[in-house]
Design a protein around this ligand. Structure first.
Ligand code: 6GU
Length: 224
């Protein structure tokens, strides 16, 4: 799978994919992440990519032409399944969307900045608009990192234990159960007996119950 990300702050995306699971996914050749600097595609002086809004008002607006230049250049060698604009007024992201996107081959993510981007770009190029929650970030980069990580880890072969993505919180609309490791007793806090029993039927039942209880208390909306 290939994920291309267009940004005006490429430095922000240096870290998130260079470590841990995202690094392994790329080393294994299962995921390729390409950061594209929008300023390389502008024809305006001083690498300008934004301008004042028509009609006035606060903030700057990202111009359509650098974005179209970048996309059309990328499209010479790529066909995108989706062109996704990261924006706080997009559809709220969730695990179901991550699952669906992990089945695609080529995604292009566009990071917004300033007051937003020219609406004509959204109307004519963007195929999906996604927000990662009801709060405002300074730009779409952190959201693009969230999408890339959550999608990348679902690609078959990326996680060592294939089943471990299936037991994540949200995969069955339930939160994950509590987990424990050594030591068996720390201070006077003991690991639940059932987990030491070796009885996998009982352990599975306990985990399912814990998941249900946790979900009821913390996220009853998931059970509706
Ligand atoms: Cl995708 N972008 C920005 N700027 N803020 C956000 C967001 C995206 N999702 C939640 N807040």
């Amino acid at each position: 799978m290939r994920i291309d990300i267009i940004t005006v702050v490429p430095e922000l995306l240096n870290g998130p994919f260079s470590h841990s699971i995202m690094k392994r996914a790329q080393d294994k050749g299962l995921l390729s992440v390409n950061i594209i600097n929008l300023r390389e595609y502008t024809t305006y002086p001083r690498a300008q990519v934004d301008d004042y809004p028509f009609g006035g008002g606060a903030g700057m607006v990202m111009m359509i032409d650098p974005l179209v230049n970048a996309i059309e250049s990328l499209q010479k060698s790529n066909t995108y399944d989706d062109i996704i604009f990261l924006t706080p007024d997009g559809e709220t992201y969730n695990q179901k969307m991550a699952n669906a996107l992990s089945l695609k081959n080529n995604l292009l993510l566009i990071c917004g900045h300033y007051k937003g981007i020219d609406q004509r770009f959204r109307d004519h190029f963007v195929t999906k608009e996604i927000s990662i929650g009801d709060y405002v970030l300074s730009g779409g980069e952190l959201a693009a990192a969230v999408l890339t990580d959550s999608i990348g880890r679902l690609i078959p072969g990326v996680l060592n234990d294939e089943s471990s993505a299936l037991s994540d919180s949200f995969q069955d609309n339930l939160l994950a159960p509590p987990v424990y490791t050594r030591p068996e007793i720390y201070r006077d806090w003991k690991v639940p007996e059932v987990l030491l029993s070796g009885n996998h039927k009982l352990i599975d039942e306990w985990r399912t119950n814990q998941s249900l209880e946790r979900t009821k208390i913390r996220r009853p909306d998931l059970l509706d």
